[in-house]
Design a protein around this ligand. Structure first.
Ligand code: SF4
Ligand code: SF4
Length: 125
């Protein structure tokens, strides 16, 4: 009886650790992994379709500066994304008519300040 816990401890001792050193060692990503967005401000036509379809009100349209092909009058509004609210559902990517907003495999989620999760359009380029 007394041997049982000793055997258990010995088994656990030689097992591989369940955790890894982060961020030095990262799990490999699956093919369908969805990470942080990338925005091409030069082809964004400021249509707001991404903000409208977002199920979690993650996208706010904010003024931004870009030499876009779309020459509308008035302020140009581009998506600003709050990654804390994002579900990574990719609906914004699907609906974008110019394919200028895409989800990448970027996993840069280690932040010390919550405000760093809010990505202005320029941060997404
Ligand atoms: S991936 Fe989904 S939740 Fe995230 S910003 Fe796009 S539509 Fe919104
Ligand atoms: S990112 Fe795409 S869907 Fe969003 S405003 Fe620009 S063009 Fe429209």
């Amino acid at each position: 009886m007394i041997l049982e816990p000793v055997v258990k401890v010995a088994k656990e001792t030689f097992k591989k650790p369940y955790t890894t050193e982060f961020p030095e060692h990262r799990e490999s990503l699956t093919d369908n992994y969805r990470g942080i967005h990338k925005l091409d401000m030069t082809t964004c036509i400021n249509c707001q379709a991404c903000a409208r379809i977002c199920p979690n009100q993650t996208i706010e349209m904010v003024e931004g500066e870009a030499d876009t092909a779309f020459k509308a009058t008035g302020p140009k509004l581009f998506p600003q994304i709050n990654l804390e609210r994002c579900l990574f559902c990719a609906l914004c990517e699907e609906v974008c008519p110019t394919d200028c907003l895409v989800l990448t495999k970027d996993t840069d989620f280690e932040k010390f300040d919550r405000r760093d999760f809010i990505k202005r359009p320029e941060d997404l380029e």
